[in-house]
Design a protein around this ligand. Structure first.
Ligand SMILES: *Cc1c(COP(=O)(O)O)cnc(C)c1O
Length: 372
């Protein structure tokens, strides 16, 4: 394990930055709104347990995961705050979740039946969040089925109806039109429950990072913060957040090539003049995607260097500016600051024609995480 560091490629995870971002949401949302730190997919690639501990220490009252297995990992690490499984659960996962005292998101009969079955046998009272599809069109029960089908079930004595929730499809978009529509549907569901004299569950939640930042009307009493927790902007004009990951590597070779030389697989780069090429210990098996070939920049000594040639499995090549002296062992910053310059994960995502979420969760297990 320790030998992984010798390569010089690592993701440095700033746990104080997690705290900064949590504090920003706590200030913004006020004392009546709890903050859920969403740490699914191993904390968006940052390390779920360490991020969760920092988030809770700085005031996150809830944790969110995608699967029962992810929730179990947090329980085993000693985290005792409420943990909500946001995704679908198979009957086997329902059993794991209940044994680990995880809250469950329910939106279909199979998981519901498993909840009843295991509640009885495990002797627990499961905490259930009903997810309504207000327009995301992925999972969630139809609004018209809430009163007829789900409320009678959720009022059964062997379960705790803990939450009512939905998820937004377009809270990061320029237009707020669809978000308003989803909010209206959600408010209708709430009103139809209330008007029939049924008690609402204690926890009502709709907002992801983007909505938490720009639509206070979606806060209810809990916001689910994922990408912003890691310091990436959920939409371009979002307020400044504190980036958590710094991805660095090392120069492994420096050489001069003549004009007309080609570099790497497929010979996709041809030097138009005599050029200094540096090889770097990072490739697509580390999660630095091949689509970034001939598109991305990295930083060496605070200077931007273009990634040239095709990114290989374990290494890549960059063109070094003529006036920059580079040696084997020099630090290469892939994501993060170096002197006055910075490469953001949003920028890398743009070069790769994707979103920051996919870049962060794609950083592979071969890259050691160093917590600072
Ligand atoms: C992942 C997820 C979130 C967090 O979304 P961000 O855009 O990363 O803030 C919130 N809610 C649900 C249901 C999710 O699955």
């Amino acid at each position: 394990m320790a030998t992984a560091y010798l390569r010089g490629t690592a993701a440095h995870i700033d746990l104080d930055a997690v705290g900064e971002n949590i504090r920003l949401f706590r200030r913004m949302c006020g004392p009546d709104v709890a903050v859920m730190a969403v740490v699914k997919a191993d904390g968006y690639g940052h390390g779920a347990v360490r991020v969760a501990k920092s988030a809770v220490a700085h005031g996150a009252g809830w944790l969110g995961v995608a699967t029962a297995e992810e929730g179990m990992e947090l329980r085993e690490a000693g985290l005792s705050v409420p943990i909500l499984v946001l995704g679908a659960s198979s009957p086997g996962q329902v059993r794991l979740a209940l044994a680990a005292r995880l809250d469950l998101t329910i939106f279909e009969d199979g998981a519901w039946n498993a909840v009843r079955w295991w509640a009885d046998r495990l002797g627990v009272r499961p905490r259930i969040h009903l997810k309504v599809d207000t327009g995301m069109g992925r999972v969630g029960v139809a609004p018209r089925s809430v009163m007829s089908t789900w409320i009678p079930r959720l009022r059964e004595p062997h379960v705790v109806w803990q939450g009512l929730m939905s998820h937004l499809a377009e809270s990061d978009a320029d237009s707020d039109m669809f978000t308003r529509r989803q909010l209206a549907v959600f408010l209708d569901v709430i009103e139809s429950i209330r008007s029939r004299g049924v008690d609402l569950p204690p926890t009502i939640h709709l907002a992801n990072s983007a909505a938490a930042l720009r639509y206070p009307g979606t806060h209810f009493n809990l916001v689910r913060v994922g990408i912003a927790l890691y310091g990436a902007k959920p939409y371009p004009s979002a307020p400044a957040l504190t980036p958590v990951m710094r991805l660095q590597s090392r120069v492994t070779l420096v050489k001069r090539v003549d004009a007309g030389s080609t570099v790497g697989y497929g010979r996709t780069y041809v030097a138009d003049k005599e050029t200094t090429i540096a090889t770097v210990a990072l490739g697509y098996a580390d999660g630095y995607r091949r689509v970034l070939s001939n598109k991305a920049n990295v930083l060496i000594a605070g200077r931007r260097c273009a990634v040239v040639g095709t990114i290989s499995m374990d290494q890549l090549t960059v063109a070094v500016p003529n006036d920059l002296r580079v040696d084997v062992g020099d630090v290469v910053t892939i994501i993060g600051p170096d002197r006055g310059e910075r490469i953001t994960v949003e920028e890398v995502a743009q070069w790769a024609d994707t979103i920051s979420y996919e870049i962060l969760t794609g950083i592979s297990h071969r890259v050691p995480r160093i917590f600072v």
